[in-house]
Write a protein that binds this ligand. Structure first.
Ligand code: GDP
Ligand code: MG
Length: 310
């Protein structure tokens, strides 16, 4: 068969589009929820707390005539001069944004905070084209404030488009996807068609454990907590996963473990059930809590625990 016989929709066709799309914005606007909704797969963990996302995480969506490589990022936030972890998070967000073909600048419907303005400044400095995405329209009240809000937002920068969506209710995501595809250059398939993320099963396991703990801990504690997978092996018909939960101080260890070990057991059970759902086999999950003093303010400790800029 000659080249000219190839149908237009093969990945090698000249009309195929591909590119990297960074999801950026202040913490908690729904970047990770939107990433998961766009790729229709749980790739990145979600919680109502800031600093839930700590890495650049790819979510890949492949269709007949395009491949979209979405990049989740930590929330851009203040205090960039303070702890090493905060500096790492901002650095990761900004460098991911700068290498993208397109940025989705996410805000929350009817909200405009100082941190949104600061994030927008960083976004504009990257010189990458930007689509503004107004998320959480499902909870926008009063509803008739939405249109004036969209107009106000449009005036804040030279956005390629302003798109209202709801990531949780999956509202208007097809429209967003069309706009993204139109803005991307023609190009080849960048990843195998069936690949959904760049992260492996161990990474996902550590993230699920951290998410379950984060959901159960109050105040600042989740920021000082990280999970390291020590063992991830087949055992019988399932998996055995051993993980270390690192905290910064002895007092935090007591809180993570909880009275009579209840908190750790509860989070561990929730993590085990979700892991079982995702990997499709029983999981024997073993968790230990350990203290590494002030690890989140120590560049070397950060690197050794997997917080390293690409
Ligand atoms: P990120 O920090 O920007 O990645 O935000 P997350 O994706 O972790 O979400 C932060 C919180 O907002 C979570 O509690 C989500 O369930 C919630 N959220 C995200 N998208 C929506 C949405 O479209 N509607 C509503 N009502 N809540 C949302
Ligand atoms: Mg996130």
């Amino acid at each position: 068969m000659s080249d000219t016989d190839a149908p237009d929709n093969t990945p090698s066709a000249p009309s195929f589009r591909s590119g990297f799309v960074a999801l950026v914005g202040r913490p908690n606007v729904g970047k990770s929820t939107l990433l998961n909704a766009l790729v229709e797969h749980p790739v990145s963990i979600v919680s109502p707390r800031p600093q839930t996302t700590r890495h650049r995480i790819l979510g890949i969506r492949t269709r007949e005539d395009y491949q979209l490589v979405f990049m989740d990022t930590p929330g851009m936030h203040r205090h960039s001069g303070s702890r090493a972890m905060n500096r790492y998070l901002n650095r990761t967000a900004v460098s991911t944004a700068a290498e993208a073909d397109l940025e989705l600048f996410i805000v929350e419907a009817l909200q405009w905070r100082d941190e949104d303005a600061q994030a927008l400044e960083k976004v504009r400095a990257t010189q990458v084209p930007v689509v503004a995405v107004v998320n959480k329209i499902d909870q926008a009240r009063p509803r008739d404030m939405l249109l004036p809000y969209l107009e106000e937002l449009s005036a804040r920068a030279d956005f390629a488009a302003v798109v209202p969506v709801s990531a949780t209710k999956k509202e208007n995501l097809e429209a967003l996807e069309r706009i993204v595809v139109e803005r991307l250059p023609q190009g080849p398939m960048l990843f195998p068609a069936d690949q959904l993320t760049d992260r492996n099963a161990q990474f996902r396991a550590a993230e699920i454990i951290r998410q379950k703990l984060t959901m159960r801990l109050r105040e600042e504690l989740p920021y000082g907590l990280t999970v390291q997978i020590e063992e991830y092996v087949e055992a019988g018909r399932g998996l055995r996963i051993q993980a270390l939960i690192w905290v910064e101080r002895d007092g935090q260890k007591a809180i993570v473990v909880g009275k009579g070990g209840l908190n750790l057991r509860d989070a561990g059970r929730a993590a085990r059930l979700q892991l079982k759902r995702e990997v499709g086999v029983p999981v024997d999950l073993r968790l230990w809590v350990k203290v590494k003093a002030n690890w989140a303010d120590n560049e070397q400790a950060l690197r050794s625990l997997g917080y390293e800029n690409p």
